[in-house]
Design a protein around this ligand. Structure first.
Ligand SMILES: [Zn+2]
Length: 394
């Protein structure tokens, strides 16, 4: 595994430009779309300073908005088994969200977890500890492993970077399904400015459709899956972006932005209250995602997702830029651990290590997949015209 390095990735960069790193955060030209002002500050840092921070105020001063949201959720949930839906990955954000929702706000969420076959023991233990102590019933959606395995292989065969698509789409599709079936009007989303304001660059998802795009999902399956997919739950842009929010009136809310907290405080609360086990880097509760983010993306594409994660902490004042740069000096996981994960992934996918290596070394994806991208873009423009929402993409 030694021959691979983030500085010499398999996929060479299309646009040759001199290396540059933001003088404020740690985002750099590994994002093709990054731009800098005359002081060398990237556009994301500027957007944060000018538009986001003044409104967000580090989560402070939103008591009224939060109070109204909680009472709305409770009122609309009266007489129902649940008043909201929460997807629990076992990761930090959704775990903290569950803690606040139940313990602090007295909500009654329908809590579900997707078992796509890649959970690391730490995820399952954290989920069990928190749901047990809070006394909430956990609904585990166990995916059909044969199908998940075949779909995962299909995505490896495309050469695309967005290899988490089968898991990510399933998550969105199940939320859509549960919100219809349960008649619940609120979905609690764990997205938060505090740890996620610097998003993963869109340029890293090149060639893939939007996460909720069923047309794209089905086209990859059609072209690269050797078995029919029958038990998997799909959604599509129309259902996800229009029918559910505007016809059924289901709101996706992000209440973590109404409360002040730092990443450290989140971890401390969960450790103290539930015996939560911290597991280091974000998304490292899932074997496949850990493998992709620690090894596959850096060595195949030259992308280190920690740049975005650390930049979020830097711009929000939770870490210095120097501390972030020092972390980036070292790889996300040791060579031995990456080699171990490589063997384990091949074994679970029931392919030879040679085959997995071929996917890692194949050229960039040039294949085009059908997608609802045009519909999405039309929807975004339409909603903007109607002033419904500024951005609906995420
Ligand atoms: Zn920046």
């Amino acid at each position: 595994m030694k021959e691979y390095s983030i500085n010499e990735p398999i996929i060479k960069r299309e646009i040759e430009r001199p290396y540059q790193i933001c003088t404020c955060c740690v985002m750099d030209t590994s994002d093709d779309d990054i731009s800098f002002d005359e002081k060398g500050v990237c556009m994301r840092c500027n957007e944060y300073k000018e538009r986001i921070e003044p409104e967000w105020k580090h989560g402070r001063g939103h008591e009224k908005e939060l109070g109204k949201l909680i009472s709305d959720i409770k009122r609309k949930g009266e007489g129902k088994d649940y008043d909201c839906i929460l997807g629990l990955s076992g990761g930090l954000d959704s775990s903290y969200m569950l803690h606040l929702a139940v313990r602090e706000w007295g909500l009654r969420p329908f809590v579900f977890h997707i078992d796509a076959g890649w959970n690391l023991p730490v995820a399952e233990e954290n989920i069990r500890k928190i749901t047990d102590k809070l006394g909430v019933e956990l609904h585990i959606e166990k995916m059909d492993w044969q199908e998940m395995k075949e779909m995962q292989l299909a995505w490896f065969r495309t050469g695309l970077e967005s290899l988490d698509a089968p898991q990510d789409h399933a998550f969105i599709a199940l939320i859509d399904r549960f919100s219809r079936e349960l008649g619940v009007k609120y979905i609690l989303n764990g997205y938060n400015i505090s740890t996620e304001i610097i998003a993963d660059p869109a340029s890293w998802g090149k060639g893939a459709g939007p996460t909720g795009d069923g047309t794209y999902m089905r086209d990859v399956i059609k072209k690269h899956c050797s078995v029919p997919i029958k038990n998997y739950t799909f959604t599509n842009g129309f259902k996800h972006k229009f029918w559910i929010p505007y016809v059924l009136g289901v709101k996706t809310v992000k209440p973590l932005n109404y409360v002040p907290f730092t990443r450290e405080e989140m971890i401390k609360t969960l450790v103290d209250e539930y015996g939560y086990i911290p597991y280091g880097q974000k998304h490292f509760e899932d074997l496949l995602t850990k493998f992709l983010e620690a090894w596959w993306m850096p060595t195949r594409f030259g992308h280190d997702i920690r740049r975005a994660q650390l930049s979020s902490l830097v711009v929000t004042g939770q870490m210095t830029r120097e501390e972030a740069l020092a972390i980036l000096e070292n790889p996300p996981a040791s060579e031995e651990e990456c080699a171990e994960m490589f063997r384990e992934i091949a074994k679970r996918l029931e392919i030879s290590e040679e085959e997995l290596r071929e996917y890692h070394e194949m050229g960039e994806c040039t294949e085009k997949f059908r997608s609802q991208e045009k519909l999405y873009n039309f929807g975004i423009r339409l909603y903007e015209k109607l002033g419904i929402e500024k951005r609906i993409r995420k």
